[in-house]
Design a protein around this ligand. Structure first.
Ligand code: NAD
Ligand code: UGA
Length: 465
């Protein structure tokens, strides 16, 4: 089975970059990425590569190379499904906001809509690949819908979860630690697995392409995110102890990371993890555990989220307490809004919760982020529904000049670890602030010696005094 045409439903943070890399590495395969969001598709097609809807280092040159050659972005979902031998489903799977499982279970309505649309349109046999992160056993629901079309078309369902991290998506896709493909153990299933292996084998070494059954593949994705998030919550839990005892979390991280059984990655204390997936996927895992009556397992994983919430809240509490127990009317400058550096994505960013807490205390927040647009920041605040949008706009201001943002501020809070913050003229920033001038570094990013010598009162997450 040789794949000549691929369709990917969902042109978001996963669908766009993943398909751009497949198109670049497989010039003989026509790759069409479709979405119902017309403005997103227009942005993917924009001649100005700075306007791509997803900012990822290196993505623009890959899109430039492949777009129009064998990479296409379109809103014509039906034609792309009809043409394709292989269809990736890469739509969003957010936490349910209504009904049974509200606030925990994954909302699979977009997945189901895709399955129904494929069932309606397909006239020839197809391989359907789950690229979205899904609860274990979702493939059987998709198969159920596809197998009842009554038109004789046969489908194979594969699970091929995506492990890229935002900000490093292109590198992660070009050199993945592994590619995971789960499929049916029947002969047709194995043929389908082979078809997908053959695509990745164009640039990924064969020993890094792992094949499993569908359920192991689906569950491995949730497990990987749960373990990663748990590491962050674990180091953040230790950061609190460091602050109380005079230890320094950077030194502790280095010391434990040199143990080859622990390893050095993902041990950075922070103001709390964000991003669209860690929280949603753990909540989903908690829901699955509960649905099997595994309450102790559910409680264990839920604690990762509770610790993360605590980390965000204690950061803003510390600002209020340090600023003499009131921030009412005081200007607090935010450096960074994205959930991590090198991305314009703000979903679940710790900055949102910290800002909300400070606005509740009547602070005036001024925000600078090198990649996040003003309307996104207001959309994030309005989405919380904590106060009227007019009030959000009155209390929170966005500025594209970091020096203006810090001017006259009582305190600066570093919420994202953008490299450029270390290159600023901190003497100049200090001179233009209210005194005493405080810096609350939620990323342990800045040079504390330099800042303290200038005169700042510097608080770093996880550093005791
Ligand atoms: P996203 O919200 O950026 O993109 C999803 C896109 O799907 C949207 O543009 C939406 O308009 C489109 N869509 C929804 N329903 C559709 C339909 N019926 N037809 C056509 N288009 C439709 O989401 P994302 O961040 O790309 O995540 C997608 C999936 O990948 C999620 O399950 C997520 O958990 C998983 N994932 C995300 C990341 C990440 O870094 N963002 C990494 C690994 C896995
Ligand atoms: C994460 C996983 O790393 C990916 O493998 C996975 O594919 C993806 O989720 C997903 O399923 O969506 P992502 O959320 O893009 O990727 O970014 P991460 O680098 O994992 O960072 C997540 C959050 O944890 C960020 O807010 C980051 O600042 C924080 N973090 C990370 C820390 O606070 N400390 C660390 O040591 C590492």
């Amino acid at each position: 089975m040789k794949t000549t045409k691929i369709c990917c439903i969902g042109a978001g943070y996963v669908g766009g970059p993943t398909m751009a890399v497949i198109a670049q590495k497989c010039p003989n395969i026509k790759v069409t990425v479709v979405d119902i969001n017309e403005s997103r598709i227009n942005a993917w097609n924009d001649a100005d590569l700075n306007k791509l809807p997803v900012f990822e280092p290196g993505l623009d040159s890959i899109v430039k190379e492949a777009r129009g050659r064998n990479l296409f972005f379109s809103t014509d979902v039906d034609t792309a499904i009809d043409e394709a031998d292989m269809i990736f489903i890469s739509v969003n799977t957010p936490t349910k906001t209504y009904g049974k499982g509200k606030g925990m279970a994954a909302d699979l309505k977009y997945i189901e809509l895709c399955a129904r649309q494929i069932a309606k349109v397909a006239k020839e046999n197809k391989i359907v690949v789950e690229k979205s992160t899904l609860p274990v056993r979702t493939a059987s629901a998709i198969k159920n819908i596809l197998d009842h079309t009554g038109n004789g078309v046969k489908f194979q369902i594969l699970s091929n979860p995506e492990f890229l991290a935002e900000g490093t998506a292109v590198q992660d896709l070009l050199k993945p630690d592994r590619v995971l493909i789960g499929g049916d153990t029947s002969e047709e299933g194995e043929q389908a697995i082979k078809a997908l292996v053959d695509i990745y084998a164009n640039w990924v070494p064969k020993d890094k392409i792992l094949t499993t059954n569908v359920w192991s593949s689906e569950l491995s994705k949730l497990t990987a995110n749960a373990f990663l998030a748990q590491r962050v919550s674990s180091i953040n839990a230790m950061s609190v102890i460091c602050e109380k005892t005079g230890a320094d979390i950077k030194e502790v991280s280095k010391a434990i990371g040199m143990d080859s059984r622990i390893g050095p990655k993902f041990l950075k204390a922070s103001v709390g993890f964000g991003g669209s997936c860690f929280q949603k996927d753990i909540l989903n895992l908690v829901y699955i555990a509960k649905s099997y009556g595994l309450n102790e397992v559910a409680d264990y994983w839920e604690q990762v989220i509770l610790m993360n919430d605590h980390q965000k809240n204690r950061f803003s509490d510390n600002i209020v307490r340090t600023l003499y127990n009131t921030v009412s009317g005081k200007k607090i400058a935010f450096l960074g809004w994205a959930f991590k550096k090198d991305t314009n994505d703000t979903r679940e960013s710790a900055a949102i919760k910290v800002a909300d807490n400070l606005l509740n205390e009547q602070a005036h927040v001024a925000v600078y982020d090198p990649k996040v647009k003003e309307e996104q920041i207001y959309a994030d605040m309005d989405y919380l529904n904590s106060r009227h949008s007019v009030e959000n706009r009155a209390l929170l201001k966005v500025n594209s000049d970091p020096y203006e943002v810090c001017k006259d501020a009582h305190a600066i809070a570093v919420l994202t670890e953008w490299d450029e913050f270390n290159t600023y003229d901190w003497q100049n920033i200090y001179e233009n602030m209210q005194k005493p001038a405080f810096v609350f570094d939620g990323r342990g990013l800045l040079n504390h010696k330099e800042l303290e010598e200038i005169g700042f009162i510097y608080y770093k997450i996880g550093r005791g005094t």
